[in-house]
Design a protein around this ligand. Structure first.
Ligand code: ADP
Length: 251
């Protein structure tokens, strides 16, 4: 019960990492608002997890959906203590000369605009109550150029910038903001990338990434690290980018 009675908002909670985070948060005593753009997935997640969790369907790239999500947590549970920006989309490993506008915009809209919209709404509520903890799910592609295409890499680097700016701006007000630089995780996002990337470009960059990857993580591994950063155990961590990658970035 490491986050007993805390109110948490988790995006992209219909599958993969977000689902594992929502499940763990409820098990550790939190009340959770869980959002995903797949209505069926979030409904299944909520009924499977059970207990103090509310599911919402929404697209984090739409400001109105992020506002509704944060406001729902405040209305139902009276406060917002924890926000986990997990919803994300991957690119197809296109380098800058190949990337199309739709891929570029989508990566920026979901991976950067979404967290900004959610944080912009949540931060004032958190500050009113003395602070809070924001955890942004970034990637090994947030700290180097060898793990994805140009659009995804740029978007995750931007998410780290947003994380550090927020950490610095509110450090004296009890609000913390940290990120995880996550390595390869066994989820749909990787399945979809592998299918597309292999179809399009042979082994290419994905093959190079996989050849150097020490091993795939499970969503529960990420949930463990998120729980730590979200909880008061990490009260001394602010603006950190924690690698959770089995050592990949140590190279
Ligand atoms: P991972 O867990 O590795 O990030 P998944 O594809 O399994 O990969 O999970 C990402 C989750 O985020 C999915 O459930 C997906 O539906 C959700 N998601 C992706 N984009 C959005 C979005 N714009 N708004 C809300 N949820 C989203």
């Amino acid at each position: 019960m490491r986050i007993q009675d805390k109110v948490a908002v988790v995006t992209g909670a219909g599958s993969g990492i977000g689902l594992a985070i929502a499940r763990r948060f409820v098990a550790e005593g939190a009340k959770v608002v869980a959002l995903d753009w797949h209505a069926d997935a979030i409904a299944a997640a909520v009924s499977d997890i059970g207990g103090a969790i509310i599911g919402m369907t929404g697209d984090v790239s739409k400001e109105a959906d992020c506002v509704a999500m944060i406001d729902r947590a405040a209305a139902e549970f009276g406060r917002v203590d924890i926000l986990v920006n997990n919803a994300g989309v991957m690119d197809l490993f296109q380098s800058v000369a190949d990337v199309d506008n739709a891929t570029w915009r989508r990566c920026m809209a979901v991976n950067v605009d979404g967290p900004m919209y959610a944080m912009r709404r949540a931060v004032p509520l958190m500050l009113e109550l003395g602070g809070g903890s924001i955890v942004n799910i970034a990637s090994v592609a947030a700290t180097g150029g060898g793990a994805a295409g140009a659009a995804y890499t740029a978007s995750k680097h931007a998410l780290i910038g947003l994380t550090k700016s927020t950490a610095f701006q509110y450090a004296k007000l009890g609000l913390r903001c940290n990120a995880l630089a996550v390595g390869g995780v066994s989820t749909n996002i990787m399945d979809s990338v592998e299918g597309h990337a292999l179809d399009q470009a042979g082994l290419g960059r994905l093959g190079a990434y996989q050849a150097s990857n020490p091993g795939m993580l499970e969503p529960a591994d990420i949930a463990n690290a998120v729980l730590f950063l979200a909880s008061d155990e990490a009260r001394h961590l602010n603006g950190a980018v924690l690698p959770v990658d089995m050592g990949w970035s140590a190279a």
